[in-house]
Design a protein around this ligand. Structure first.
Ligand code: SAM
Length: 278
């Protein structure tokens, strides 16, 4: 029984980091005039209303995308991300696009989206939100199994987002196995792995475990508050395998701004690590 619903967290600081990186990677893939496939192994509902239901209960978006939305001007490196969010809104920020809606907005006619979701309510919403798009296939099932089934994509170019809830401790292990399997089938693919920063042992050692899977990676962490003693998420990370070559510079350009904007206290900071040069 799955209890996690992304609607509670849509547009929070973790979504901002994740989706900003997603947009930068998609834009890079589009520089080549060849189609590619976007695979989202844990897709969620696709699009979220911020003025009703889950999102209102937590108000998390106000501390995330709400802070960026309130800026008159954002640095260039956030321009495409914010332009994408704007396409779902008019003057007021009412909707937040999840990773599938962001990808659908940016991908081209010949590109393809494969969206996997396990929660029956979210699969239905995903189908309603994006199912009619001829480039999209919504798959109801286990994202970790589907990584194996969907890779390599027939286009032989692809971006794979792995974004589970990590409610179960096993998720960390499943991600490591999924990435290993994915790389066996699709060694040249770009893999984007989101993970929470928590004080648990599983979370603390996770990026070190990811680093052992491949020789070409970037690991970015955005901490928005002081590391808690309890169970709360104090930030999140994105681990990128086979990153676009410009991504490191783009992250370095945008992260100081993001830290300042999304900080909850003076402990906010970012770290950016890269694999050692071959
Ligand atoms: N990627 C989405 C985005 O950025 O908009 C958010 C995804 S949310 C963090 C994680 C999603 O994974 C939830 O909707 C949850 O129902 C789903 N989920 C949990 N376990 C899953 C599994 N084994 N396979 C596929 N989806 C799963």
């Amino acid at each position: 029984m799955l209890s996690y619903r992304h609607g509670y967290h849509a547009g929070n600081h973790a979504d901002v980091l994740k989706h900003w990186v997603e947009v930068l990677c998609i834009q890079y893939m589009k520089q080549k005039d060849k189609p590619f496939c976007y695979v989202d192994s844990h897709a969620g509902a696709g699009l979220y209303a911020l003025f009703e239901g889950f999102a209102v209960k937590t108000g998390e978006a106000k501390q995330g995308i709400g802070r960026l939305w309130a800026q008159k001007k954002v640095p260039d490196v956030f321009r495409d991300y914010m332009a994408t969010v704007r396409t779902f809104n008019e003057k007021t920020l009412k909707y937040y696009p999840g990773s599938p809606a962001i990808a659908a907005q940016l991908l081209r006619e010949d590109d393809r989206l494969r969206l996997v979701e396990m929660h029956s309510s979210d699969v239905n919403l995903l189908e309603q939100n994006l199912g009619e798009d001829p480039r999209v296939k919504v798959i109801s099932g286990d994202g970790f199994e589907q990584i194996r089934a969907l890779l390599p994509p027939s286009a032989r170019r692809g971006l794979v987002l792995i974004d589970p809830p990590y409610e179960l401790n096993e998720d960390y292990q499943y991600v490591l196995q999924g990435v290993q399997e994915g790389l066996k089938r699709f060694a040249t693919g770009t893999f984007l792995i989101w993970y929470p920063l928590l004080s648990t042992t599983a979370s603390q050692k996770f990026s070190g475990q990811l680093q052992k899977l491949h020789g070409n990676w970037l690991n970015v962490q955005l901490k928005v508050s002081v590391k808690p003693y309890g169970h709360g998420m104090y930030g999140s990370g994105m681990f990128i395998i086979n990153p676009p070559w410009l991504l490191r510079d783009q992250l370095l350009e945008g992260l100081p701004y993001l830290v300042k904007l999304l900080a909850q206290d003076d402990a906010a900071e970012f770290t950016l690590e890269a694999s050692p040069a071959p």
